[in-house]
Design a protein around this ligand. Structure first.
Ligand code: PFF
Length: 476
């Protein structure tokens, strides 16, 4: 089979930024910032993006382009001993894509609900801002919308790298930015919005002296968020890098992606925080932010609520879809690599179909446990295992399948993936492997010492710290 490639560097950037910009930016970033001290969180996040995110990004893109393979093929190219890194990538894909598509399904339902309101129909079963709780307890609807979102993801991935992923992202991402800017301007014109900006940008480090969060609490939250948001640690950027032509400037791309991702996270904050402030909704309420809080905002908006609500959920829908396709692509490329190694002609359509079905089944508990609120169609993990509420891990997992899947992927597998990759690059294969790959475009490599130091020391130390903090949380 001829190796697939991106049509243009712009198309690659749209796909890679589309992967990075997702629920992590529009949901995770504002709510974590809301809970972890606003400005203090922002400063730590930005430092981590520069010292860790952009470095791991270059590592993944570089290795992927060098070998021209996905996460499995890339590690096998170096040694059979590294096959487990490939398996870890695909397991992370299973875990993340399953809960991601469940959430994508909920977003789709909200988008359709507001579209119905726009034409004068009742979009939310008369429940108003209580709709989220109501919907979670409707197993058939949850599964139906989960299936719809998975099917959309699959359709795009089946279309292939250039005709599916690149084509969709090149239209969707500019649309996303345009809608976001429109919403920001609308929100900025509302009285009271200024409190939201103050929360984000007024220097305030008081959270460090809060005994429940403290510096390490903020650091851990920002580090986990950064990894997830930049799609790092599970071979996603490796896979996307493998479709990039040798003539493109890798170093530049590896800076543009984190910059765009961070800018969009900040812009999302500039839409969500001031909107909450202007319409009297508390923005430090945690995960309910994207659904419960934002719906309350649109309810309080009056006549414009339906149109802004529709645009908002359409934006989140696009962001989630350009990310979910990248996760399914990791799994698809994994299998393609395996087939090629076995000498079999891979069939992209069949592979992505089988993986999507398998992941769909794997994610059913997430769709059916009503996020652990009890009395749902499926028992939450702690209930199921007969474990004691309040025992080790309970507080952290919040007793629902989504949190368990997320913790294993984001909290364990992805940091291990990034840690091992940077140790291999920094200490075993040497940073030259990335430098040489970058120089193929004809441009000299800039900042060798910085990257070398970060691969060798900064990334491993930060990763090791995330594990430590994870363990402390688990047993507290
Ligand atoms: N970066 C995506 C987000 O912020 O929502 C999530 C994600 C996509 C994680 C792709 C991992 C991945 F491979």
């Amino acid at each position: 089979m001829k190796k697939e490639q991106w049509g243009t560097n712009f198309g690659f950037l749209m796909a890679a930024i589309g992967s990075a910009v997702g629920l992590g930016n529009l949901w995770g970033f504002p709510y974590k910032m809301g809970k972890s001290g606003g400005f203090a969180f922002l400063v730590i996040y930005l430092v981590l993006v520069v010292l860790v995110g952009s470095v791991v990004m270059l590592g993944e893109l570089g290795l992927g382009r060098k070998t021209g393979k996905g996460v499995m093929g890339t590690y096998l190219e170096f040694s059979k001993k590294h096959a487990w890194m490939g398996y870890m990538g695909v397991v992370s894909g299973f875990l993340i894509l399953s809960f991601y598509c469940v959430l994508g399904g909920v977003v789709t339902r909200y988008m359709i609900g507001y579209a119905a309101q726009l034409v004068g129909a009742e979009g939310f079963a008369g429940q108003g801002a209580d709709f989220f709780g109501y919907f979670l307890y409707s197993p058939l609807s949850m599964v139906l919308f989960y299936a719809i979102f998975m099917a959309l993801t699959l359709t795009i991935v089946m279309g292939g790298v250039q005709k599916g992923i690149e084509k969709f992202s090149s239209i969707a991402m500019p649309a996303l930015v345009a809608i976001l800017v429109f919403i920001i301007i609308y929100v900025a014109c509302q009285p009271g919005a200024v409190e939201g900006y103050k929360f984000m940008f007024k220097p305030d480090f008081s959270v460090f002296s809060n005994p429940e969060i403290g510096f390490f609490g903020v650091f851990k939250s920002a580090a986990g968020q950064m990894f997830f948001s930049l799609s790092l640690g599970m071979g996603c950027m490796m896979t996307y890098g493998s479709y990039l032509s040798k003539k493109e400037n890798l170093q530049k791309n590896a800076l543009i992606i984190p910059l765009a991702d961070t800018t969009i996270a900040l812009l999302a904050g500039c839409a969500i925080m001031p909107a909450c402030a202007a319409f009297g909704v508390d923005f430090s309420r945690g995960p309910g932010l994207l659904f419960v809080s934002m719906q309350t905002v649109f309810e309080n908006m009056g006549g414009f609520g339906a149109i802004i609500g529709f645009l908002f959920y359409f934006l989140v829908f696009i962001a989630a879809l350009t990310s979910s396709i990248s996760i399914l692509e990791v799994c698809t490329a994994f299998q393609i690599d395996k087939d090629v190694i076995k000498g079999k002609e891979p069939n992209r359509k069949k592979i992505s179909f089988i993986y999507a079905i398998a992941i769909f089944i794997f994610g059913l508990p997430v769709a059916l446990d009503a996020l652990g609120s009890g009395g749902a169609a499926i028992m939450a993990p702690f209930e199921l295992l007969g474990l004691e509420a309040g025992g080790p891990g309970y507080a952290m997992w919040n007793d629902c399948w989504l949190d368990v899947y997320d913790l294993i992927a984001e909290g364990i597998l992805m940091p291990i993936g990034a840690l091992v990759m940077s140790v291999l690059i920094g200490w075993f294969w040497k940073t030259d492997i990335i430098k040489n790959e970058c120089e193929l475009s004809g441009k000299p490599f800039v900042g060798y010492k910085f990257y070398d130091f970060c691969f060798k020391f900064v990334v491993p130390v930060v990763m090791a710290f995330i594990f430590y903090a994870q363990l402390v949380d688990f047993f507290s």
